[in-house]
Ligand binder design. Sequence first.
Ligand SMILES: Cc1cc2nc3c(=O)[nH]c(=O)nc-3n(C[C@H](O)[C@H](O)[C@H](O)COP(=O)(O)O)c2cc1C
Length: 200
Amino acid sequence: MTIEDAIQSRRAIKAYDPDFQLSREEKDELLRLALHAPSAFNLQHVRLVEISDPALRAQIREVGWNQAQMTEASMLVVVCAKLDSWEADARRVWEGAPEQVQDYMAGAIDNYYRGKPQVQRDETMRSCGLLAQTLMLAARGKGLDSCPMDGFDFDAVAQLINLPANHVIGLMVAVGKRTLEPKPRVGKLPFDELVLRDRF
Ligand SMILES: Cc1cc2nc3c(=O)[nH]c(=O)nc-3n(C[C@H](O)[C@H](O)[C@H](O)COP(=O)(O)O)c2cc1C
């Protein structure tokens, strides 16, 4: 499948074949591909919680608007991110670069995030979004379907997955094989409303 085909044929699929199972290796391959998503300063904020325990899936569905994707899709990933990556991992993620670059990046990262909780949080959300889309396109490229989701009780899911206090949940992504075709796309806003030239 070409990248164009993958982008155009990706839909938010709600109905999955519960008998279709990706192997652990297949899931990990998708996750590895998704981890190629970019992150600001290479901080790699994301932490991916792949939920394979059926009982936990059922609990998540209970606090997730009873969305069938949460239990029926072969793979369910809670896309989380570490809020203090900028402080905890700034050095690690530039290991291997020339010393001068490491020092420069450490300073730049500190300057960008320190004392700016909104920036710290915004960055995690950017990283989660990019990761999720990369995962969904990787899945589509293999003929699979996916659904991004934020229709759930974030605090309840955080409790269920033991989310550490310095982490946030961005969204969830379900991946599997569709059993129903999605309805045709509707309500697409006009290109010229969404795309501006030079300025608003
Ligand atoms: C951040 C985000 C959260 C979403 N949450 C849900 C959700 O909880 N359940 C669901 O069925 N679809 C969810 N969607 C899917 C959207 O409804 C869907 O992407 C949109 O209607 C456009 O349809 P398409 O992706 O098939 O083109 C979500 C999408 C995004 C980007």
